[in-house]
Design a protein around this ligand. Structure first.
Ligand code: HEC
Ligand code: HEC
Ligand code: HEC
Ligand code: HEC
Ligand code: HEC
Ligand code: HEC
Ligand code: HEC
Length: 454
């Protein structure tokens, strides 16, 4: 049995005590019921190392010892027995991270709310498109039949479809995408690897291109981050012997720490462990939650699944997606003078939570607020940050980022703090129902907000 699997059993049995001594849930046991727990408790012994492991192609799960030599079978096979999880998971962004286009617009479970991706860029038809990247919870980008991105630089039209995002005032509309990219822009490994299951990089020995599209720098087994992206190839987990279906639990990988799954995709480049947090356009670049977390101080040692349920989506079901809210551990922390406060700007309303300040939209995937929404100094991207620590210095994003703006500045301990222009000035900027603050004034108050009377 792998150390990780053993750790998961201990978690389930005992729960997890924080430094502060609060009992938190390693899993939402009440929501899961007994059979799922039994799956962990009744685990068998350590399987012998299978032969030929060194000869495996370098799949993302090549480090996964428990199912080495197994083949991918696809999420439809898993669904036959795990229909409960598969049904929930069908609404996760993971399942829709990349979509094959077959002459018509892609379909998403939430298209009624977002409007989906109704059209390809101006001058193109769906017949010109092979894949759409995103489009479910974040902006869509388009891949041509050659396997290359449609960039604004090459096509001279807007080639990114933004979804509406109320916190920063973005509308569903086309926007510029890579205006400087005037040559062919291949679909590179670092872009498709976190959006697919079983990705392989194109190399001289392995000259693969998905569907033989030369612009795609490698290949994958299944679209989206599906079951086997985290659990490893499942071909040895079930088989038929003497006419009966046999399940081998030891031949499916469970990754409670997320080191072999979450952290590989939620870092850039794919699998990066340097902790470097890339930035561009005055915001943190997307899909780097593992690196952000490493700069977050006390939370740095948490697994993603300390807070997240691995199968439930924040977009589709926020209530089930977070298994430990802030209050589960910070039960004595107050609301920093903002308990019950409601921020309003036009039709947008937000009741303040801990996340309103500690997980501000300091990350930009596709859209950010204009001055008409954020005022002259406020900054609002479209994705919450996982740095959690807030600055109380009279400084703005130019101090948060390195001089060239290419990454987040970290102190000698590797930690970072988000400046008040992303935090307080997201609301206190003159555009909503609250008074304006300058960077200097916000910083001065920030140092004592948790001392405000409740
Ligand atoms: C033929 C039925 C069947 C199929 C197909 C199947 N499973 Fe399972 N799986 C089971 C059973 C039965 C268990 C035992 C645990 C339980 O009661 O849920 C199990 C357990 C698991 C576990 C928990 C392992 C542990 O350490 O306790 C995981 C994870 C899992 N399956 C994932 C998958 C994935 C991913 C696929 C697709 C690649 C898949 N399963 C396909 C029947 C199946
Ligand atoms: C993003 C990573 C990820 C993906 C994708 C994923 N799982 Fe899991 N799964 C986990 C983790 C981590 C656990 C360990 C338990 C926990 O933290 O809740 C787990 C636990 C399980 C278990 C055993 C415990 C339980 O909750 O019943 C089963 C069965 C399972 N997964 C099946 C699936 C199936 C089927 C799919 C595809 C529909 C899938 N998983 C997709 C990460 C993932
Ligand atoms: C195979 C790559 C991959 C793995 C493994 C992976 N993710 Fe993701 N994840 C992504 C991508 C890509 C997105 C963005 C999808 C989009 O919005 O287009 C995403 C989005 C998310 C989201 C926001 C969207 C939603 O629907 O909730 C959460 C939360 C998340 N991941 C958590 C996790 C956790 C926790 C794990 C490990 C248990 C994990 N991810 C493992 C690739 C991955
Ligand atoms: C301390 C708790 C905590 C930890 C640890 C944590 N998250 Fe989160 N995460 C959250 C909360 C809370 C949200 C926001 C939910 C909301 O929007 O209401 C969130 C949101 C997200 C989102 C969606 C962000 C957006 O705005 O689109 C992604 C993606 C994500 N988490 C991935 C991860 C990954 C990957 C890890 C591990 C490297 C991780 N998280 C670790 C608490 C945590
Ligand atoms: C699993 C338990 C747990 C959860 C969930 C959790 N925290 Fe923490 N957090 C801790 C512990 C433990 C510390 C370190 C001791 C302390 O400061 O209380 C900490 C520290 C912090 C710090 C100080 C960071 C530093 O190291 O300088 C902030 C800010 C913070 N948490 C905010 C949050 C917010 C906001 C949420 C919800 C999105 C959250 N935490 C969820 C356990 C948790
Ligand atoms: C109005 C914005 C705001 C809200 C809302 C807010 N915080 Fe804070 N919090 C801050 C600022 C600013 C700091 C930095 C103070 C400092 O470093 O002196 C901070 C510091 C912290 C710290 C680390 C310092 C300490 O006091 O130990 C923790 C932990 C924390 N907050 C947790 C929370 C939790 C949990 C919630 C929700 C119950 C919350 N905060 C709500 C702004 C806020
Ligand atoms: C999500 C929006 C939002 C964020 C972020 C935010 N505030 Fe506020 N703030 C409000 C609202 C709404 C009120 C209540 C206004 C009212 O009731 O008139 C408020 C009230 C206040 C007050 C008056 C409190 C009192 O007791 O009367 C101060 C001071 C303040 N905020 C400072 C800050 C600082 C400093 C930060 C950053 C650390 C911050 N706010 C972050 C929305 C926000």
């Amino acid at each position: 049995m792998s150390p990780q699997t053993q750790q998961s059993r201990a978690f389930v049995a005992a729960g997890l005590r924080t430094a502060a001594g609060c009992l938190i849930h390693a899993r939402r046991i009440t929501a899961l019921g007994l059979p799922a727990i039994a799956a962990f408790t009744l685990l068998g012994g350590c399987p012998p190392a299978p032969p030929g492991e060194a000869d495996l192609p370098s799949f993302a799960n090549g480090t996964d010892k428990t199912n080495a030599s197994a083949s991918y079978v696809g999420s439809a096979a898993c669904k036959q027995c795990h229909s409960d999880i598969a049904t929930i998971y069908a609404n996760h962004s993971h399942a829709h991270a990349i979509t094959t286009i077959r002459g018509a617009a892609p379909t998403f479970p939430n298209a009624a709310q977002t409007g989906g991706v109704p059209n390809p860029p101006d001058g193109f038809s769906w017949a010109n498109i092979s894949y759409v990247i995103g489009g479910y919870s974040k902006a869509a980008r388009f891949i041509n039949q050659n396997g290359e991105f449609l960039t604004t630089g090459l096509t001279s039209v807007l080639t990114q479809w933004n979804l509406p995002f109320d916190p920063n005032g973005a509308n569903a509309e086309f926007a510029s995408f890579l205006p400087a990219a005037t040559g062919a822009t291949p679909l590179d490994f670092n872009t498709f690897a976190p959006r697919t299951t079983g990705p392989v990089r194109r190399t001289d020995e392995n000259p693969l291109s998905q569907d033989n599209r030369p612009g795609i720098e490698g290949a994958w087994f299944e679209n989206g981050a599906q079951c086997e992206a985290c659990h490893g190839p499942g071909g040895n987990h079930f088989f038929t012997a003497a006419g009966r279906v046999v399940i081998d639990r030891s031949r499916i990988f469970v990754d409670p720490s997320g080191d072999e799954s979450c952290r590989q995709c939620h870092a850039y480049p794919f699998g990066d462990t340097s902790g470097e947090i890339a930035a561009r356009d005055g915001f943190i670049a997307p899909l780097q939650q593992a690196s952000e977390l490493s700069a977050s101080g006390a939370h740095a040692r948490f697994s993603c699944t300390t807070c997240h349920d691995p199968h439930h989506s924040i977009v589709a079901d926020r209530g089930s997606a977070i298994r430990n809210e802030c209050g589960a551990c910070h039960s004595t922390q107050n609301m920093a003078g903002h308990r019950g406060a409601v921020f309003e700007r036009g039709d947008y309303r937000e009741t303040l939570t801990c996340e309103s300040c500690h997980m501000p939209f300091a990350v930009k995937d596709a859209s950010s607020a204009t001055a008409a929404v954020a005022g002259p100094a406020g900054r609002i991207g479209d994705t919450r940050s996982h740095i959690f620590r807030l600055s109380v210095e009279a400084a703005d994003h130019t101090a948060f980022l390195t001089d060239d703006g290419g990454s987040v500045r970290r102190d000698p301990d590797g930690l970072a703090r988000i400046t008040v222009d992303y935090v307080c000035l997201r609301c206190h900027n003159g555009q909503g129902n609250v008074f304006s603050l300058t960077v200097a004034r916000a910083a001065e108050i920030a140092g004592r907000v948790h001392d405000f009377p409740e």
